[in-house]
Design a protein around this ligand. Sequence first.
Ligand SMILES: [Zn+2]
Length: 280
Amino acid sequence: MIIDFHTHIFPPQVIENRQSYTDCDPCFAALYENPKAKMITAEELVESMDASRIDISVVQNIGWTAHELCVETNDYILESIKKYPDRLVGFCSVQPLSMGNAVKEIERCAAGGAKGIGELRPDIQMLPIDDKDFMQPFVDSLVKNNMILLTHSSEPVGHQYPGKGTVTPQMLYSFIYNHPELTVVCAHWVGGLPFYALMPEVEMALENVYFDSAASPFLYKPLIYRQVSELVGEDKILFGSDYPLLEQSRIIKEILLQDLSDITKMKILGENARRLLGIA
Ligand SMILES: [Zn+2]
């Protein structure tokens, strides 16, 4: 079974009125200000999945800064997973700065079939993510609703790119350390955090943390798959494309070409995600 853990879809009204959403939301603007940055609907995603022989895609929202924009786009994700219950798994978006609304929205999305919240943007959403007391109601609500958190992350070094931001390993580590009860998927290989898993206390703190490969060819040499497998274990790595930023088939090809056992490739391409999402 092949599962792409990191894709993005948008409602037709957002795609058609791109400029007005760019004008009112800094996260959307960072990612889609450039008219060449592709946006797709659920239908287009399923077409790509069929072409790349992908069984299931996890659709992620983005870190909208206003609660109302989270709700509007979550509606589309909930509608899409109802339309394609065997093909799509939904992650919705909330703005924890408005904590009461965020907790209510987590409950609404869980009731609507969503399996998680993501892609969180702690930097652009201006979250005091290292403040344990502030973040606790958000974490409690996710745990209570059996939801996973997927967060963006970025490298503290290297080249700049649209949407890179400042969600560094240091910022995420304090959040992960403060909330060991929460299952977290860190996108884009967590900006290099797996290296620190060689420190025993960090390895322990990462027990409930998974790492996705979204946008990997734009960031790292393909050797990253083997290196991170050795650092954190092959059970922790999830195939994610960031489609439509990158073609889904491109990442699958990259994984298949690596010097890894067939079992490891199978785990990365879908088995780890299947287990994490509780899919039979
Ligand atoms: Zn991201």
